[in-house]
Design a protein around this ligand. Sequence first.
Ligand code: ADP
Length: 289
Amino acid sequence: MSIKIENLTHVYMKGSPFEKKALDNVNIEIEEGEFVAIIGHTGSGKSTLIQHINGLLKPSSGKIIIDDVDITEKKINLNFIRKKVGLVFQYPEYQLFEETIGKDIAFGPKNLGLNSADVDKRVKRAMNMVGLGYEEYRDKSPFELSGGQKRRVAIAGVVAMEPKVLILDEPTAGLDPKGRDDILGEIRALHDEYNMTIILVSHSMEDVAKLADRIIVMSEGKCILDGSPAEVFNKVDILESVGLAVPQVTYMVKKLREKGINISKDVFTVEQAKKELLKILNKGRRASK
Ligand code: ADP
């Protein structure tokens, strides 16, 4: 399973006074099992890019090849793409509409033409995958739930299609810290336990630093950086020049280094900072003994 994006350009409203080149010759390759984050300022082309990966948008030029199949071809079967790539939009809970959680999650698998026993199996599995007990929640109305739980139901609806790749557009937007941590934990589990390839669009450098193995930075329709968190977050000047920042804790570490404290510059999460600071503290204690 691989995704190859080749020379992808997308122009909205071509030929009109509102013509806008939203993607400009983007080349990205994503391998099976990767956890990739896409970051970029509003309007940098992130949503346009992900909607190409699940075939919702067609390129103005360029190709998207999934498992050796060019999905930009006219005769491509949409079910082929839906089974490979699931897309969770921003605020997906606004799209919940059935009277029970079970029915809502069953909607996608039913449309794939599965029989009702198989649909049930998928619903059960998807609910477990996002941490919602099947027996407890199946017959409840989605509208009785908290914001974070509603979002899990919406994610389960996509997961029930059993895609190989799951794309999530700002999955923590608008949630409180607990809801945010829960959802991020579930996404991590979808990757670690269920081997899904994850593409996470996020504004939060903290979330990205905690979760992703690889970060792609978009600016003005171009992919300007692509690498590990260490590679990307060490390019502070480039990030700041496109209106982005490194995680807060990385700025703190930079200040400590400027004050002469010998701490690794590759610190991007609070957990990493804690480890590094304890190391320094223990070294100091040993030296003073
Ligand atoms: P992001 O997800 O990074 O905020 P988008 O992909 O939504 O960026 O937008 C990229 C650019 O394309 C922006 O300038 C935006 O205004 C423009 N754009 C997005 N959707 C449309 C559309 N349906 N019609 C015209 N322009 C659009």
